[in-house]
Design a protein around this ligand. Structure first.
Ligand SMILES: Nc1nc2c(ncn2[C@@H]2O[C@H](COP(=O)(O)OP(=O)(O)OP(=O)(O)O)[C@@H](O)[C@H]2O)c(=O)[nH]1
Ligand SMILES: [Mg+2]
Length: 324
């Protein structure tokens, strides 16, 4: 039984190669969608926080877990990829604990080895190995050789098989994380779930829907920027979906505007849910347009504009409902 007054808190870097389910895991732990998820690798492009307030349980003390989601670890070739890797290193820096996420349905590869190397470079923080996607294993005994192999390669503090998708073993992971966090007061006010701005989250939801609507190289050529965000006199958000070539623009718009319409239809309810009471029952007018911007991934100024940490403050929605 955990001591009643013990409270654990700290920063937990979430690392792993692309597509292993890091963002799905963060969302499962926070029990809210703080990070977008798609079947395409390299969905996450920055590091962002998912914050979990945990009540004391039978097997763990109370605490606040500050998860740092990060882009998938891959060999950095282009300047754009190097920037993603910088976000991974930022996610790791000075953390109390690291979660290395692996996909049990895919054999360990060079990117997993590279992830272990980053962990070693990051110093002495303990690391938990999270073996994700166990819902896809017909026979759970297939985990045994994976666990044996991974324990040979790194001195993990714990190894926890989970399914971020179904929630299986997530409570066990919460207990394992808390066991390795220091006794410390919470880092953020109770109820805080993330550090990203509302506008950034909205642009991410639109990017998720656009990525889900497209395939091959197009999902990676997309960026989204919010151009207008107002609640009065009418709730209206205008956003631009940026791609790299005119052919991509045509695909995004679709026949008779079908595709861009679908992107808007899928994004709107999630944005409306976020805005909640501030809509006062009114419909949100979501205006999407597509712009071609060749080589945006090499354009440092544009990349800075996309990141809420480096862009100038976004427009604040006006109106009494949003004042604090
Ligand atoms: N079956 C199964 N699928 C999962 C699980 N976790 C994640 N996925 C799927 O794996 C894909 C990638 O998930 P993400 O959470 O975006 O993966 P990620 O590691 O954040 O990927 P990047 O941001 O690109 O590095 C999505 O299609 C998820 O639905 C799981 O536990 N089981
Ligand atoms: Mg991700």
């Amino acid at each position: 039984m955990a001591k009643k007054r013990d409270f654990r808190s700290g920063f937990v870097a979430v690392l792993g190669r692309p597509n292993v389910g890091k963002s799905t895991l963060v969302n499962a732990l926070v029990e809210r969608k703080v990070a977008i998820v798609t079947p395409h690798p390299q969905t996450t492009r920055t590091h962002l926080l998912g914050i979990v307030d945990v009540r004391a349980g039978e097997r763990h003390p109370a605490g606040q877990i500050v998860l740092v989601d990060s882009p998938g670890i891959h060999k950095a070739g282009t300047p754009y990829n190097r920037q993603l890797l910088r976000h991974v290193r930022d996610a790791l820096e000075g953390r109390d604990l690291a979660l290395l996420v692996m996909d049990v349905t895919r054999p360990a590869g060079s990117e997993d080895a590279f992830a272990l190397e980053l962990l070693r470079q990051a110093g002495s923080a303990p690391a938990i190995l999270v073996l994700n996607k166990i819902d896809r294993l017909k026979d759970k005994s297939a985990l045994l050789p994976i666990i044996a192999d991974c324990s040979r390669r790194f001195a993990f503090a714990e190894i926890v098989p989970v399914s971020a998708l179904t929630g299986e073993q997530i409570p066990a992971l919460v207990a394992a994380i808390l066991a390795h966090l220091p006794s410390a007061p919470r880092q953020f006010p109770q109820g805080t779930v993330t550090d990203q701005t509302e506008q950034f989250w909205i642009s991410e939801v639109i990017r998720e829907k656009a990525m889900l609507a497209t395939r091959q190289e197009l999902p990676h050529a997309l960026a989204v920027r919010i151009e207008a965000f107002e609640l009065e006199p009418k709730p209206r958000i205008a956003a631009v979906i940026v791609c790299e070539r005119p052919g991509q623009k045509a695909i995004l718009i679709g026949k008779g505007g079908d595709t861009i319409k679908r992107i808007g239809t899928e994004a709107r309810p999630e944005i409306e849910e976020l805005l909640g009471e501030r809509l006062r029952g009114r419909n949100l007018f979501l205006q999407l347009r597509v712009e071609v911007r060749a080589g945006w991934r090499a354009d440092e100024t544009f990349l800075r504009q996309l990141d809420w940490r480096t862009s100038s403050p976004p427009p604040r929605p006006a109106g009494p409902a949003s004042s604090e």
